[in-house]
Design a protein around this ligand. Structure first.
Ligand SMILES: [Zn+2]
Length: 382
């Protein structure tokens, strides 16, 4: 999920907002300001109701944020890195870059979000009760926040992977049977099934088929969109699982491209290219300085330098620095390497043995080894 701008950093985790989030905020505020509040309080000044609707909408999204922060803090506690939290049209997503290695950790991590939503719901219920359930717009705000957080907590506990409830289901099955892959496949199938149920219910609502009362056709459309999104997420998880199964027993020694040709930091791009024959843009060179590994440079990067500047440009100026390249031992399995590259937001890793670079791995090559060709693997999130 692309962050369009950074909101803040909480516990060292960058919190971002995707543009689509504003659509969701506008929709919720509009619904409250033109429907919920004026229906209950037709004689109140409109600007007061709009202000309350905006406040309610913002508190609601702060609640979603807390739900994601809860997932993230538990992940942190188990030593699983969290890259960011992003708010977008369907709520929030925490980019947790690795799966938990134990089933109970996964269970606690997944349940933390819905548990937070339920706690928040109890908090708002308390505020509503404390105000004596008065017939005022502020009281209605607490009531709405109580119910919506309860709804978020319950909906997320649907046993539909990769939603929270699906993760709880997967970790429970995993804990009981000890079979991670089969448990995940079952939870993913449940996820896809749930997505189709949402879409079917949405379609019936859109066609104005009445079950119990009448529905706004727009709500039906919304359910179909959520169903499509969830089905896509479940299929991505399936793809991710295939990658994991194919790569997690494959040591990098067996997939790396060994012995990258060495270039020195002070070599000119012109000299480096003169040696690189036949031309191969995918070839990667290790860049060293006094036998020390400094970084990697691809022939594509070298060739991107305009010909008239190649004499004046040093290889060292172009090289991807070692700090941006994940270092791995030859025994590291390819799936762990792929996850680590994702955490570091890099697409290349160096295989290092006794301080010497003996090879390198590219993300594309690892995916190809998983039988995925050039397919883009799903980014993880929850
Ligand atoms: Zn969640």
């Amino acid at each position: 999920m692309r962050q369009n701008f950074r909101l803040a950093t909480v516990f060292g985790i960058p919190i971002g907002i995707n543009f689509s989030w504003f659509l969701a905020l506008a929709f919720v505020v509009g619904l409250l300001a033109t429907g919920v509040f004026p229906q209950a309080f037709p004689s109140h000044a409109r600007w007061v109701l709009w202000l309350l609707a905006l406040t309610t909408g913002l508190i609601f999204f702060a609640s979603i944020l807390l739900h994601e922060v809860a997932h993230s803090l538990i992940a942190r506690l188990f030593g699983i890195p969290v890259r960011s939290i992003t708010l977008f049209i369907f709520g929030g997503i925490a980019q947790i870059t690795k799966e938990a290695s134990r089933s109970w950790q996964e269970l606690v991590m997944a349940a933390a979000g819905p548990a937070t939503s339920i706690l928040l719901s109890g908090f708002f219920l308390g505020l509503w009760q404390a105000g004596g359930r008065a017939d005022t717009p502020v009281s209605l705000m607490w009531q709405w926040l109580w119910l919506i957080n309860l709804g978020v907590g319950i909906f997320n506990m649907a046993p539909a992977f990769p939603m929270d409830g699906g993760r709880v289901l997967r970790s429970a099955l995993w804990g009981i049977t000890g079979n991670y892959y089969r448990s995940t496949r079952i939870a993913i199938s449940m996820g896809r099934g749930f997505a189709y149920v949402l879409m079917a219910v949405g379609a019936l609502m859109l066609l104005r088929v009445s079950f119990f009362g009448t529905f706004d056709p727009f709500e039906g459309l919304w359910l179909i969109i959520i169903g499509l999104f969830l089905d896509g997420a479940a299929r991505s998880s399936g793809l991710q699982l295939r990658v994991q199964q194919a790569l997690n027993k494959l040591p990098l020694r067996d997939v790396m491209q060994s012995g990258p040709p060495e270039l020195a930091v002070d070599d000119t791009v012109a000299a480096a290219l003169a040696e690189a024959y036949p031309p191969d843009d995918s070839r990667v060179h290790a860049v060293g300085q006094d036998a020390r590994f400094v970084g990697l440079v691809s022939e594509h990067m070298l060739r991107s330098v305009p010909p008239d500047r190649r004499m004046a440009t040093r290889v060292g100026d172009l090289a991807l620095p070692a700090s941006r390249i994940a270092p791995f031992s030859p025994q590291t399995d390819a799936f762990t390497a792929l996850q680590e590259m994702e955490t570091r937001e890099t697409s290349v890793g160096a295989v290092v043995e006794n301080g010497v670079v003996i090879g390198f791995v590219r993300r594309e090559a690892l995916l190809a080894a998983a039988g995925l060709g050039a397919a883009t693997p799903p980014r993880r999130g929850r």
